[in-house]
Write a protein that binds this ligand. Structure first.
Ligand code: F6R
Length: 366
């Protein structure tokens, strides 16, 4: 049942080329330039015309929401707020008709997310769902939506569901941008082509599994980790830290790289591993100077770099290369080495990776 893998989590990490492809199948055709999301058809005009989108979710699904915030704002030019479902539901949130709420949930059963939907619905919002489990409570409570096709996720730590969520949210943003007429046709076509190339790029990252294992071995007994990223890679830093925390029980924090100097930099010494997502994108130069700040304080830097980067290997302790990816789609690829790193550290520590202590696969109590 684990398909030859030691744990479901590892199997699910390795399934991502397929689960990402499955989440696009029948929806994206780069050759014809067509993008079709059946479950959104009747509501696409409403999404494109909306003045505001509120995204709700918990945990990893909330991180997918943060990635989607960047993508929706960049491509569709619609303002987005991302809320923890548990915070949203206990405020008196300002929601009006015309607002769109997107609820993200792998299980479709998370109590806080479901309650957030009911509240937003009662205030007249239109609710879209991005769920993995067909017919789940959240999927049924929404007006429209698009399923992720990740297949069953057994490991408690969410991996393939996250990349499937980001894939589907990207498609939603592209569809809204096109309907609204705010995306150049050439960029639209380019992103469809790039999307279709993502599964092969994730496959390439998976080939670095042995190297990642060697790095994990060196840091198995670290007591803390910091994860840094900027832009679309900031939520990826949060997600990398969450993966490590939940399955290895090592304290880890994700930060936007530039925030480090406003406090967390005080934590850095020769015992502190700092994982930096330092891919070649619009914030590359800035991230490089953040790395210099860490190295000046003797922190040990593991950098996720773009293939062919010749500058960083001489500056940092370890590099993990990933293929070049369009900036908007970067999280789909940059999160994968962080999933593997967390997995390897947890296994080396002898943890119960698939069923970490105190955690349940779906949180149906508030
Ligand atoms: C982290 C994890 C949790 C879930 C969260 C939301 O690896 O699995 O943080 O992401 O409980 O669950 P869903 O997406 O089912 O609503």
């Amino acid at each position: 049942e684990k398909g030859g893998f030691d744990h479901f989590m590892l199997k699910e990490i390795f399934e991502q080329p397929r689960s990402i492809a499955d989440s696009m199948r029948g929806r994206v055709n780069a050759d014809t330039g067509l993008l079709l999301l059946g479950g959104l058809r009747d509501y696409l005009d409403k999404l494109a015309a909306s003045k505001r989108i509120v995204i709700v979710g918990c945990g990893t699904s909330w991180h997918a929401g943060l990635v989607a915030e960047y993508i929706f704002e960049e491509l569709a030019r619609i303002p987005v707020e991302v809320e923890y479902a548990s915070e949203f539901r206990y405020r008196n949130p300002i929601i009006s008709e015309g607002d769109i709420v997107i609820a993200i949930s792998q299980s479709g059963e998370t109590a806080d997310t479901l309650a957030a939907i009911e509240l937003a619905k009662s205030k007249g919002a239109t609710i879209f769902g991005v769920c993995n489990v067909v017919g789940s409570s959240i999927a049924r409570a929404t007006h429209a939506g698009a399923y992720t096709h990740a297949g069953p996720e057994i490991g408690v730590a969410s991996t393939k569901a996250f990349t499937a969520q980001v894939t589907v949210l990207t498609l939603m943003a592209l569809a809204a941008a096109q309907r609204k007429g705010v995306i150049a046709d050439s960029l639209f076509r380019q992103l469809l082509v790039e999307l279709e190339s993502i599964p092969a790029k994730v496959e390439k990252v998976l080939q670095a599994a042995e190297k990642i294992k060697e790095i994990a071995y060196i840091f198995t007994y670290a007591r803390n980790f910091i994860y840094l990223g900027r832009g679309l890679n900031f939520p990826v830093a949060l997600e990398g830290a969450l993966k490590l925390k939940e399955i290895s029980y090592i304290h880890a924090e994700g930060y936007p790289a530039a925030e480090m100097k406003h406090g967390p930099i005080a934590l850095i010494d020769e015992d502190m591993p700092v994982v930096v997502i330092a891919t070649k994108d619009s914030s590359y130069e800035k991230v490089v100077s953040n790395i210099q700040e860490v190295k000046a304080r003797k922190g040990r830097v593991i950098a996720i770099t773009t293939e062919g980067d010749t500058q960083l290997p001489g500056m940092v302790d370890f590099t993990i290369e990933i293929p070049k990816v369009h900036e908007v789609l970067m999280p789909l690829v940059s999160v994968v080495p962080l999933q593997l790193l967390a997995y390897d550290v947890a296994v080396m520590r002898g943890r119960n990776v698939d069923q970490p202590r105190n955690l349940a696969k779906s949180v149906t109590v508030e």
